[in-house]
Design a protein around this ligand. Sequence first.
Ligand code: CU
Length: 345
Amino acid sequence: MKTFFKALAIAAALGLAPAAALAQETSAAAPTAAQSPAAAPVSPGEASAPAPSGTSAALPRAAPEPGIGQPDGRFSLQDQVTPIGQEAAWFHNVILLPLITAISLFVLGLLGWVMFRYRRGAHPTPSRTSHNTFLEVVWTLVPVLILVVIAVPSIRLLAHQYSPPRADVTVKAIGNQWFWEYEYPDLGIQLVSNMLPDDQARARGEPRQLAVDERLVVPAGATVKMIVTANDVIHAWGVPAFWTKIDAVPGRLNETWFRTDRPGLYYGVCYELCGARHGYMPIAVEVVSREEFARWVAAHGGTMPGARPAASASGPAVAATPAPTNVAAATATPPTTNQSAQPSR
Ligand SMILES: [Cu+2]
């Protein structure tokens, strides 16, 4: 009986394995090899300067909240702050996890029963039964019904994910070895976002290897359309608290979206193994009020759509596009590379 309970515990662990995998995914930023902070893709002069540009002055940087938008060691999904994320988390926590746990325990119980009840000592003459129509119908129909039950919320979630509302803000995210670039094509803003070295992250009270110099800033309550691509190799842009993750493929524009009403700071990472410093190109999304967003746009030399002067409504927005403020940091030769030459596209 003792071994049975032991086996039961193993089955429970197996049933919960997918959750463990997901939880692990959220902490993918954890380093696999010790890397000195000096190897961060930030030039030495840059590293000593607290803020790469004067842009952050107009907007106080939101501090991260414990347990929100970052891995905190929990054995489950991060708190979801988008409607899609909440629907998906409900599907995972309320439907899938109990179902796979119950199925695993049931199968384990059957195995244990057969092993115990029909062992040679207790059952020396084996039965010669080879068919049982009732059982065969049951073990065919029950899995089919389970799949149908799963399919309904699953397809509903897919439909919601792939029918985004009209976009309020469009952001183009471009993956590079090993940093992210962001463009707001309608606002005339370009950013380069590099990971902060450990000492600077600590000084700002942010988690190491998740803090960046330039955050992606979006307004609360707005539908943000993310157009995601890459310059060199395949990366993937994702933020676990938004339930958003999509590949960044050179030469392709992938699209995803998110909307959250909750201001705050949410971290993500690159989710596609993209080279030596794959683990060091984090993502930080700061969700602010609409007023703060307007101030942030102005501070970055951008123009809010409504604020554009009538005379220049037909195009000069492009001419007004400012040069990225901290491009020098990103275009500096990376300390390591696994490519001898950039492939021409
Ligand atoms: Cu990457």
